[in-house]
Design a protein around this ligand. Structure first.
Ligand SMILES: CC(=O)SCCNC(=O)CCNC(=O)[C@H](O)C(C)(C)COP(=O)(O)OP(=O)(O)OC[C@H]1O[C@@H](n2cnc3c(N)ncnc32)[C@H](O)[C@@H]1OP(=O)(O)O
Ligand SMILES: O=C([O-])CC(=O)C(=O)O
Length: 383
């Protein structure tokens, strides 16, 4: 047994996986061998989800059947809608999502299935993936005093979410952009939330427990929460009428322990390839809306920090740096950005759960004990 301490499990190999591979020095990401650039351009989120869960890209019949199966599971139980309504007064969407994912097991015909039953776990995953957009859109409408919009059976996954959120069918550019963002966020090796789902699933707890844990882990500002933090920073800059570069320079100098949100990554030492794709998408959206304010601000910050040498030090823009501005251009409320990340990442979470459980070993590391030994117990009234 090695006594070498690896804080944050940095670089520690704990599993084999064929789902996604990251070359952090080259800035390259593949899902099952397919470059992220190709998938973002050519594949829908449903195709990527199928790829991650079944190991190959679907043919036309497989894709049609998969899309139908997902579309048929979009409706959510009235008890969940009632709970969302109750939470809508003061809960945040990410917390409401955490509660809803935990509730999905109630009423699921497979809820009592053996967690080792791969087909049942796949069906559960499909239900969660199908219902998360419905929950999020319903929650947003309920908190705005509006009735939830029923899912649209003829719309794809991405377009249907935007439709349920706004009550209007999105145009092609919005639907395509959102679909692309979902593809980009689907999987990313053993990131913190995926690892959380694997830890839970390694006990053969059910998929609902594991996925609920995944939502919780993703919510933190060091992980999925950073996309909202980026947009909050951009709003702060905008509202103060500040220059983005001056703002960041000042924050770095004067705010204690301040980190540029959307920068830095445990695996990438260069710019995240997904950030490049989202940056281009943001530029296009800005130009067609005649409003490049967010593109200009984020790009100016990136150029400034690049000149300052941050990227040379291995701290570079990650996927969260440009995603929030893209969602903003699509008219999506800021506190929905991290939940949208979760909506997409369900595919990676479930893919890793299925893969890990095929050759399962309980995940149970250890800590070096640094506490006292041989203390004499003193009864409470004598302490
Ligand atoms: C989808 C995702 O989860 S992507 C990540 C999203 N999170 C963020 O964008 C939040 C901001 N980024 C960060 O906090 C970090 O880069 C993390 C948590 C993502 C990765 O961090 P780690 O691999 O643990 O690196 P660690 O925290 O040890 O940082 C290493 C050094 O880089 C610096 N650094 C890391 N990120 C940043 C940043 N965003 N801004 C400024 N400095 C940074 C640290 O201060 C540290 O410097 P030091 O050695 O002088 O103390
Ligand atoms: O991989 C990580 O550590 C963070 C993550 O989930 C991502 O970048 O998509």
């Amino acid at each position: 047994m090695s006594d070498e301490l690896k804080r944050g499990l940095e670089g520690v190999l704990v599993a084999e996986s064929s789902l996604s591979n990251i070359d952090g020095d080259a800035g390259r990401l593949v899902y099952r061998g397919y470059a992220i650039e190709d998938l973002a351009r050519e594949a829908s989120y449903e195709e990527v989800c199928y790829l991650l869960w079944h190991g190959h890209l679907p043919d036309r019949d497989e894709l049609d059947a998969f899309e139908d199966a997902l579309a048929n599971e979009r409706a959510v139980d009235d008890r969940i809608l009632a709970t969302l309504d109750e939470l809508a007064g003061d809960e945040r969407p990410m917390a409401a999502l955490r509660t809803a994912v935990s509730m999905f097991s109630a009423g699921d015909p497979d809820s009592a299935a053996n967690p080792r039953d791969r087909e049942a776990t796949l069906r559960k995953g499909r239900r969660v993936a199908a219902k998360v957009p419905t929950v999020l859109a319903a929650f947003d409408r309920l908190r705005n005093g509006e009735k939830p919009v029923e899912p649209h059976p003829d719309l794809g996954y991405a377009a249907n979410f935007l439709y349920m959120l706004t009550g209007e069918e999105p145009d092609e550019v919005a639907a395509e952009t959102f679909d692309q963002a979902l593809v980009l966020h689907a999987d990313h090796g053993l990131n913190a939330s995926t690892f959380t789902t694997m830890v839970i699933a390694s006990t053969f707890a059910d998929a609902y427990s594991a996925l609920t844990g995944g939502v919780g882990a993703l919510s933190g500002p060091l992980h999925g929460g950073a996309n909202q933090d980026v947009m909050e920073m951009l709003y702060e800059i905008d509202e103060a009428g500040a220059d983005p570069v001056d703002f960041v320079a000042d924050a770095r100098e004067n705010r204690e322990d301040w980190r540029v949100p959307g920068w830095g990554h445990r695996v990438y030492n260069v710019k995240d390839p997904r950030a490049d794709i989202l940056q281009s998408r943001l530029e296009e959206l800005g130009e067609s809306a005649d409003d490049t304010k967010w593109y200009d601000a984020t790009t100016a910050i990136e150029n400034h920090l690049r000149e300052e040498g941050l990227i040379e030090k291995g701290i570079a823009p990650n996927v969260d740096f440009y995603s929030g501005s893209v969602y903003h251009q699509l008219g999506i409320p800021m506190d929905m950005y991290t939940p949208i990340f979760a909506m997409s990442r369900v595919s990676g979470w479930l893919g890793h759960i299925l893969e890990y459980q095929e050759n399962n070993r309980l995940i149970r590391p250890r800590a070096r004990y640094t506490g006292p030994e041989d203390e004499s117990f003193v009864p409470v009234d004598e302490r």
